[in-house]
Write a protein that binds this ligand. Structure first.
Ligand SMILES: Cc1cc2nc3c(=O)[nH]c(=O)nc-3n(C[C@H](O)[C@H](O)[C@H](O)COP(=O)(O)OP(=O)(O)OC[C@H]3O[C@@H](n4cnc5c(N)ncnc54)[C@H](O)[C@@H]3O)c2cc1C
Length: 512
């Protein structure tokens, strides 16, 4: 077996060149996980459960097709890797056959921009921020702004059905796709533009979008782009409670004035968001200090202490009665229209008792829009863990869903939430939860219990287990429960596109 694998490695070297094939220990260690917090907990406790056997960096579609051919011949497991910012374990090498990471990052070129039709053709390895900057320099935007924009790729967005912060205006990534090219698990190159341009039959794009590397490797995509908006307005309102704020968002979305970004924070999240300003004026409020520290410049000892008692923290947070903050950004190229949307949304906010808080909270959000998530490592360093859960449902159940999920996890983790990615028919809830345990086994047990309790509740209430982070390993079991018989459909797709199951085994619906 060893000798065989040596031969396989040699065939990859003759295909890609020595530099682009690695089994060096630093690479094996780096690629042993993505940013799934369960695996982060493991590495913090020095537990390394998985490792890939080889990392490959192909430079073009032909090389990808050849890698797939070799993998089929030797029954290897290929794991497509964009930037590894996934939070569901979708790139973790768990298969018992040899795991080959195929990192797409060398393929990061803009292939074409059709400025008349506003279509960008880009390779899947392009990273969000440099791509957006290049478009901005020409006066355009992709309109896709995930918080991970610095560390996620076009291929990863497509494979995990990503949503950017401005999804209310530009849609999720799947709404921007005109066509894509992919190498399937059986080595075929598919270009959906051949099919889509004739505008008949099924939408092949949507089969690959969200398939998390289990059907093939996406090589490139044609995506809609937009003109950079010239005008922007910022508004913020404070509502008495979540229910009033949600009614306002629903009415705004259903009247087309929901804006480019619209977010509503629960009491605790609002308290933190509004607290910063006041902190400068007054520091004596001990409760405020507790929660602000959690989100900002905290000491590790302090963190350790508070994270060990989530029930107490959650009870304290129930004392907060300041209200729920909503921020709205409107943008566009027609000043009168942008103003109209802002004024109309203000009328709706006022109808539900929203108190005008001015521009400042919305501007502050924009300034810090990518920074919040990167504060999480401090919690891991303090021996705790933190994760986020993005679920969604229709308007009629959204508030109840929030309270039910909160109820089943509040004795295990400290939590707060905001509502974002709103639509005409519903909205997503983004929970952030944090907790701590003394040792690895207890930490993982607690982490798993939070997810199980929450997702059991989500399924019971007919909501969706994921809005934009994808499925990976972490939600695979619950997704199967949720859609039941429909998994048969995926099996048929898998048989067609990847008959030997060489693509990302054990993820999404793929068998191990
Ligand atoms: C700090 C932080 C903030 C985040 N904020 C957001 C957010 O606002 N919105 C959001 O949607 N997500 C967010 N995420 C989650 C993550 O960034 C997304 O899931 C993103 O789409 C993953 O992209 P990636 O390139 O890192 O993919 P990876 O993690 O490398 O891979 C994700 C999945 O896609 C597959 N894949 C990757 N490239 C290809 C390809 N070319 N062909 C086929 N399959 C492929 C992989 O096999 C895997 O199944 C955040 C994550 C972090 C750490």
């Amino acid at each position: 077996m060893e000798r065989d694998f040596h031969k396989i490695k040699k065939s990859f070297i003759s295909l890609l060149g020595e530099r682009w094939v690695s089994d060096k220990s630093r690479d094996i260690t780096f690629y042993n996980r993505d940013l799934w917090p369960r695996e982060v907990i493991s590495s913090k406790f020095g537990v390394f459960r998985h490792k890939p056997d080889l990392i490959l960096w192909p430079k073009d579609e032909k090389e990808i097709a050849e890698i797939v051919r070799i993998a089929n011949e030797n029954r290897l497991n290929i794991i497509p890797f964009g930037a590894g910012s996934g939070v569901c374990g979708a790139t973790v090498p768990t298969s018992s056959v040899q795991n080959i990471i195929v990192d797409i990052k060398r393929m990061n070129r803009i292939l074409n921009v059709d400025y008349q039709s506003l279509i960008l053709d880009v390779e899947a390895g392009a990273i969000g921020f440099p791509l957006e900057t290049q478009l901005n320099n020409k006066g355009f935007t992709l309109g896709h702004f995930p918080s991970s924009i610095y560390c996620s790729s076009v291929g990863g967005w497509l494979a995990a059905r990503s949503a950017g912060q401005e999804s209310s205006k530009y849609g999720k990534i799947e709404d921007m796709v005109v066509s894509l090219r992919a190498v399937t698990g059986n080595g075929e190159i598919i270009d959906t533009s051949d099919i889509i341009s004739s505008d008949i039959g099924q939408d092949l794009n949507q089969l690959f979008i969200g398939s998390e590397g289990t059907l093939g490797i996406i090589y490139s995509a044609c995506l809609n782009i937009s003109y950079l908006p010239k005008f922007k307005t910022y508004s913020s309102y404070l509502f008495k409670n979540i229910g009033h704020g949600l009614n306002a968002i629903r009415e705004m979305m259903q009247n087309d004035v929901g804006g480019t970004v619209i977010r509503l924070y629960d009491e605790l999240d609002s308290f933190i968001a509004l607290g910063h300003k006041k902190e400068k004026e007054k520091k004596e409020n001990i409760l405020k200090k507790y929660f602000e520290d959690l989100n900002g410049d905290f000491s590790d000892i302090f963190l350790k202490r508070i994270l060990s008692f989530p029930q107490i923290l959650n009870s304290l947070s129930n004392l907060i009665t300041q209200g729920c903050l909503m921020i709205i950004l409107h943008s566009g190229n027609e000043n009168d229209y942008v103003k109209y949307c802002q004024i109309t949304s203000q009328k709706i906010a006022e109808k539900y008792g929203g108190r005008d808080m001015g521009e400042e909270p919305a501007k502050r959000w924009e300034k810090n829009r990518y920074s919040i998530s990167y504060k999480q490592p401090r919690i891991f360093y303090a021996g705790g863990f933190v994760d986020t859960m993005e679920i969604a449902t229709t308007w009629d159940r959204i508030e109840e869903l929030y309270y039910e999920v909160k109820k089943v996890i509040q004795d295990k983790a400290f939590l707060m939430a905001h509502f974002s990615h709103a639509y005409q028919d519903g909205c997503s809830i983004y929970f952030t939860f944090a907790s701590r345990a003394e040792n690895y086994n207890d930490a993982v047990k607690r982490y798993d219990a939070v997810w199980k309790n929450a997702l059991d509740t989500v399924i019971k209430m007919g909501a969706t287990v994921s809005h934009h982070h994808g499925i990976g390993i972490s939600k695979a079991e619950h997704l199967r429960k949720q859609i039941g018989e429909q998994t048969q459909l995926f099996r048929i797709l898998k048989k067609t596109f990847d008959p030997n199951n060489i693509m990302n085994r054990g993820k999404f619906f793929s068998e191990q």
